[in-house]
Write a protein that binds this ligand. Structure first.
Ligand code: HEC
Ligand code: HEC
Ligand code: HEC
Ligand code: HEC
Ligand code: HEC
Length: 217
């Protein structure tokens, strides 16, 4: 017994304590890295929202165009999230007492915006612009998927550098005419318009699209 609590046991205990502490720190670092990594916020990410707003219902069912709520996609880098009064143009008449819409009415009454949880989020060191894409033949569907089928908004594409570059190297098959940018279920191959024709029509700057400074400025 004496040997167990002797000087050797003390140093063994110190080794064990240091070992456990080191493991704890490593675990915390690993957890932090995982939390920050794209695995955490990638394809399939669908956070809960303050109101269970359904694109399937409003876009797929009621047929409201993206532009009605995300009008700035054409004019700015950001597509933007609609203000509460945009919802109220209809919901002051439709479903006025629904429990689900209580936060919307409250937001209007208190003049406080709804706090929607962001779904898509690029790193700050990446430059992205909606206007550059949607005015030049790239449809919402190419980057956001079948929004008209989403009961809750979900990220469908990885938004990694490789994913951006895949299209930037060969955008022709992804391009659409101006009047189909917000259309869902559009299949370019079935429309009989050649990608090369659209590249010419939009004057797509193919040489510039893969340069680092296009996305990192
Ligand atoms: C009636 C209004 C309305 C219409 C129409 C609408 N949206 Fe939205 N959209 C919203 C609201 C509100 C949010 C924020 C809540 C959420 O993420 O679901 C949102 C969120 C989004 C997001 C996620 C934003 C983020 O946080 O990353 C995308 C992408 C999006 N909409 C695309 C579209 C597309 C594409 C269309 C057309 C096919 C469309 N929306 C039509 C209201 C609308
Ligand atoms: C152009 C009209 C219109 C606009 C704009 C609109 N809604 Fe709706 N919304 C409706 C109608 C109509 C219904 C459902 C009635 C039904 O069930 O047929 C509905 C249903 C809902 C529901 C019930 C759940 C569901 O989807 O079935 C929620 C929640 C909702 N809307 C939230 C919102 C929010 C938040 C906004 C603003 C971002 C918004 N709506 C904008 C017309 C609209
Ligand atoms: C080329 C790909 C691409 C296209 C096309 C595109 N988006 Fe996006 N969208 C993104 C990316 C990437 C983000 C995240 C941006 C960020 O984090 O800065 C985003 C973010 C959003 C957001 C969140 C708010 C914001 O402005 O950041 C909404 C809403 C949205 N998109 C709607 C749309 C709609 C509506 C269309 C079509 C009119 C569209 N997007 C077309 C890639 C695209
Ligand atoms: C589905 C195809 C597609 C995807 C995906 C895509 N892009 Fe693009 N992008 C284009 C096309 C086509 C253009 C050229 C538009 C034009 O004609 O000016 C472009 C242009 C741009 C421009 C403007 C270039 C300039 O100097 O005019 C930026 C910035 C950009 N993209 C960033 C991104 C980033 C960042 C991503 C990924 C998060 C991305 N893009 C994903 C097709 C795409
Ligand atoms: C079409 C847009 C685009 C172009 C062009 C582009 N990048 Fe990126 N880059 C991105 C995006 C988006 C990310 C963020 C990736 C993520 O969050 O997973 C990124 C991330 C990075 C990172 C961070 C590490 C990583 O891999 O995630 C480095 C370094 C980088 N890019 C360097 C470059 C260099 C060097 C070039 C030129 C050869 C270049 N990029 C061209 C879009 C682009």
């Amino acid at each position: 017994m004496a040997a167990l609590f002797g000087p050797r046991a003390n140093s063994l205990a110190i080794v064990m304590i240091v070992g456990v502490l080191t493991l704890a720190v490593l675990f915390a670092v690993a957890a932090y890295l995982f939390y920050r990594s794209p695995y955490q916020t990638a394809v399939g990410y669908a956070p809960e929202q303050p109101v269970p707003f359904s694109h399937r219902h409003h876009v797929g069912g009621l047929g409201i165009d993206c532009q009605y709520c995300h009008a700035s996609a054409e004019t700015s880098d950001f597509a933007g999230i609609p203000a509460t009064h945009t919802c109220m143009t209809c919901h002051s008449r439709e479903w006025t007492n629904a429990e689900m819409l209580a936060p919307v009415r409250q937001s209007l009454a208190r003049e406080e915006p709804l706090r929607w949880v962001r779904v898509h989020n690029l790193a700050d060191y990446v430059y992205f612009s909606h206007r550059a894409h949607v005015n030049n033949g790239v449809g919402c569907e190419s980057c956001h998927g079948r929004v008209d089928r989403m009961p809750l908004m979900v990220q469908r594409k990885p938004l990694t550098m490789q994913w951006c570059l895949e299209c930037h190297r060969n955008p022709a098959p992804e391009l659409r005419p101006e009047n189909r940018i917000t259309a869902m279920g559009y299949v370019p191959a079935e429309e009989g318009i050649a990608g090369s024709e659209l590249i010419e029509h939009y004057g797509t700057p193919l040489d510039r699209l893969t340069e680092c400074t296009t996305c990192h400025r």
